[in-house]
Structures are given as C-alpha cells and as structure tokens.
Ligand binder design. Sequence first.
Ligand SMILES: Cc1ncc(COP(=O)(O)O)c(C=O)c1O
Length: 393
Amino acid sequence: MRTDPLAYLAAELDSLGAQGLRRSLRELTGEQAHRSVVDGRSVVNLSSNNYLGLTNHPSLKARAIDAIERLGVGSGSVRTIAGTMAIHTELERRLADFKQVEAVVVFQSGFTANAGTVSSILTKEDIVISDELNHASIIDGCRLSRATIKVFPHKDVDAARAIVRDLPAGPRKLLITDGVFSMDGDLGPLPALCALAEEYGCIMMVDDAHASGVFGRNGRGTVDHFGVHGRVDVQVGTLSKAVGALGGYVAGSRALIDFLHHRARPFLFSTSHPPAVAAACLAAIELLLAEPQLIERLWDNTRFFQAGLKTLGFDTGLSESPITPVIVGDGAKAMQLSDRLFAEGVFAQGIAFPTVARDRARVRTIVTATHTRDELQFALDAFGKVGRELGLV
Ligand SMILES: Cc1ncc(COP(=O)(O)O)c(C=O)c1O
C-alpha cells in the first residue's frame, strides 16, 4: 500500500493540538455584522474588519445588485486582456480623487496589492528596509522581489536610520511600513519615516489596509491623518475592511500605476473583480464622503470599549485605533480566553504564534460603528467575568 507522502502534515496538526493551538474555522450562518450567528450561536462580533458596518449596508447591496443585473456576475478575464470594465476604471478614478493622487490601480485584494507591488518595483539588486511587524503580504512581496531585506525593530526610526545610513549608495531602497499595524492597532511613525526616506532618497511605501475608511478626513488614511500628502510614493489601501467589499488598491503617480499595469503579476495573471464588487466599492466611497458621522461613531465606540477594558485591568498594548489587543502572553491561554468569551456570547478571536510572537499571544478585538452601547457593555462584562476566572485581571 502507498504510504501517505503528506503524513507529516497530520503530525504537525497533532502537535498543534497538543499545544492547545489547533483551531477549526468558525462559521457564520448569516451576515457579517455587529451581532452575528457564529457556529449556530448569536454572539457580539468583535472579530471582523467591518469597521463601518458596510458589509451589509443597504446602499452597497443595492448598487451591487444593480451591477449584477446590468453587467453580470463576472468579468471573465484578467485586466490586461478583456477584464477591464468601465466600472473598474470608474472606481480607480474615484479612488484617485479620494486619495488626492494622480492614479490608482485596483487589485483583487490588499494582499495581492502589497505582494504584487513590492515584488514588481524591486529587483534582486535592491534593498527593502521594513518594520518587523509589517503585514505578511509585504513580507511575501519582499521575498518574491529577491531584494535584500533589512528589518528594523517595530517603529524604531533611529534603528531604521542606522540601517539606511550604512547602505551602499548604488541600490534602490524601499522604506516600508504599515499605516496601522494589524495585530497591535498602533500607527506607523509616518512623518519621521518620510523624513528619513527624503534624506536618503528612499522610495516611501505605506500599507494603509486598516486605515482606509478609519483614519484621515473621510477615511482617506494615515497619509491624510499625518498630513504627509506628496511624501509617500506608494500607498496601498484595502476595499475589504472598512469599505466592506473586497479588493486592494495602489495609489500614487501615473508612472507607478502604468508600470504596475505592465509588471504586477496578480494584475496580469488573475481575473479582475466581478462588477458587483466595484459597484459596492463606489457606493462605499460615496458614503464615506456623504456620511463621515459613520467614522465618528466608530471612534466613539472605540473610546468607550478601550476605556472599559483598561478599567477592568487588561493589557491592551499601545493601540491607537479600533484594533484593541487584549494581550495574554501564552498562546494556549489566549485560545482559552477566546473560547470562554465565545461561550459567554462574545466572538473575539485568539491570535498566537506565528501571527504574533510566541510570548505576545492575545485576543484581538475590533469594534465597529454599528455596535450598540449595550452590546459593547455586554462584551465588557463578559471580558471581566472570564478575565477574573482565568486570573488575567
Ligand atoms: C496590514 C494589512 N495589510 C494587508 C492586508 C490584506 O488585505 P486584504 O484582506 O484586502 O487582502 C491585511 C488584511 O489582513 C492587513 O491586515
């Protein structure tokens, strides 16, 4: 009989199980919302990136349905062959206006926007200087580019400067940071990094996945929040989180975007969005412009929830955004906290190594604009009860 050549995978899963780190996928039976039915249980949902509650907003749904009726369910091709529909181009034009840049290109996801961009604008002769907590899609893009990767400690601009200062003059250099770090909710030090990039002639790139729709005027992102327009050469945003649908985009100069049309592999070799996705994103941008109070509600809820967690005595790290980690340390303990919260009616996912460092496991919470105060208070009460039970507070 043939021995299973993949048997080592089962062994690895068993080892995860023994460490209390094996997870099964939780399933939502209805909508992604502030209260959702997850694994058959109605819970307050603190695990989504649906910051503004747009995943099921009536105007996004109506526009998506209308696009399906008029344009069908698929684009049928990659962008560079026959998959560029007028609605894709319209979305890019609107995003470019919104971000106050010359041009925008939309990718299938934020992941492919980062990985496709970094890997195509750099070669193996070049150097990336990257924050140690940058997102996996940046790390993969750096690896695919085959450029030399220099990692600086989280947000440590002096350390980044020491790296850049000692680099040879010849190679191109890309300085790259997340705008909002996805596991800690803190902000990249954009003004200081921009100054460093300018001093040494680096390309400056920011991944604003968690800032799109959350920071800056009408959710224009951290470049707007910090007032560094014109100083960041490559801005990445997502359409999958606060915008409520799916996708990623790169915002920058006309030449950057035209180059990506020719060289970014996910753009060249993977089918473009269904028109309904582009239509929903267009509706979302209109909402961001017309109803900035949605973003204000998100921040009100964030302040309320973070203050509540701190009063209870939890370690919420250095969050400056609606992403609030409840840091526990041990991976199995974080999973236990998450499971107990779930039993109490609160869905807050546990996150352990390799997503975060082994001793920084946590439960990550994200409130949204659509949570009610009662729901947030219910979640805080559950955190208090379970935290005391597990000896965390
Ligand atoms: C910092 C960061 N960048 C990029 C991405 C990828 O975005 P998307 O989900 O649109 O692929 C994520 C999402 O997980 C993220 O957290």
